[in-house]
Design a protein around this ligand. Structure first.
Ligand code: XMP
Length: 319
């Protein structure tokens, strides 16, 4: 891709110019944006960059391992992996309000990151994988000027508090352009093409209280759903697909026994920027295959439903 090769050269020069000989710290979220930003900045300034991966334990199946191995093995970029799942899940105990979850996760993320940044010592710059839609949405997010529908923690707060300057090389880009840049930088397709994932992770896909057990149940259902989507060759046609674990139990029957277990909702949408979205119209055979597998293979789920709501009036996530 010619334009991305050009963008890469220009940005590398800009990053070097902006940063000089200072140190930069970059928080990885496990997502494509922060990974692409980190790899690009590493290409520009090498070991002046330190990457910190704050692992809140709310990622999808195998995701944390993938990030760590991508950086350490594939790129040989030093990475501090901070497993703080106990801290996050402890703090989420008893929290059911969606915005309270976001606020706690955002704040705790910043606390942990700030402590790590101090350990690294003397970084003047904070790198972020902020995209153009993040820049817009942090000003007004779908609902108009003064209405906050959902607070995102990607933008704001941290740099001022830490008295750091920002390096945001992806600020002008949309998601599809970030993916093209990621490919240009040699990130594996499976990583680059990955569906967007919210900062608060599985916590906002578990309405009601989030526990480690519920995260584990959701991760299994979600992995089956995504595996079937990949096997059917549909992954790239979909913007985001994920399972949601509902705080609702229903009665079922399995073998000759009665079950009383959780409902799992499946969501899949097409979109170009996440601002509006249409449901993905799976065929009935596909959905019943996924439902059967989830109920048979995931202990704790006995019913699966499909979400048919577009955005607007729905949002993509359930919280
Ligand atoms: P909604 O649910 O508002 O989501 O239609 C639009 C896009 O934003 C993602 N999303 C988030 N991303 N922190 C994030 O980093 C959040 O709190 C958050 N909430 C939603 C969502 O996955 C979708 O891509």
């Amino acid at each position: 891709d010619w334009s991305m090769a050009e963008f890469r050269r220009t940005k590398i020069a800009e990053i070097r110019e902006q940063v000089g000989s200072s140190r930069v710290i970059c928080g990885l979220s496990g997502g494509v944006d922060s990974a692409v930003a980190a790899v690009l900045i590493h290409e520009a300034i090498g070991d002046q960059l330190t990457c910190v991966f704050v692992d809140h334990g709310l990622m999808r199946m195998g995701e944390a391992e993938q990030v760590v191995s991508l950086f350490r093995n594939h790129y040989n970029i030093p990475l501090v992996h901070k497993d703080v799942s106990a801290l996050f899940l402890g703090g989420l105990a008893g929290v059911t309000d969606p915005e309270a979850k976001r606020k706690f996760i955002g704040k705790t993320f910043i606390d942990v990151f700030e402590a790590e940044a101090k350990q690294v010592g003397g970084a003047d710059f904070l790198a972020q994988g902020t995209l153009y839609p993040d820049v817009i949405e942090s000003v007004s997010f779908t609902g108009g000027p003064s209405v906050t529908i959902k607070s995102h923690h990607n933008v704001g707060g941290l740099p001022e508090r830490m008295n750091m300057k920002l390096v945001e090389p992806l600020r002008e880009l949309f998601k599809d352009e970030v993916r093209a840049l990621g490919r240009e930088l040699g990130l594996p397709d499976i990583f680059v093409g990955r569906h967007p994932f919210p900062g608060p992770g599985l916590a906002i896909r578990i309405p009601g209280e989030v526990t480690r057990e519920r995260c584990d149940v959701l991760r299994k259902a979600d992995a089956i759903y995504l595996e079937e989507i990949r096997n059917a060759g549909l992954y790239d046609a979909i913007w985001q697909a994920f399972a949601v674990l509902l705080p609702v139990k229903t009665v079922g029957v399995m073998g000759d026994g009665r079950t009383y277990d959780n409902v799992c909702a499946l969501r899949a949408v097409t979109s170009t920027d996440g601002m509006t979205a249409d449901i993905y119209p799976f065929d009935a055979g596909f959905l019943s295959r996924v439902a059967t597998r989830i109920v048979n293979e995931v202990k704790g789920i006995n019913r699966v439903v499909y979400d048919y709501t577009s955005k607007p009036p729905g949002t993509i996530e359930w919280e």
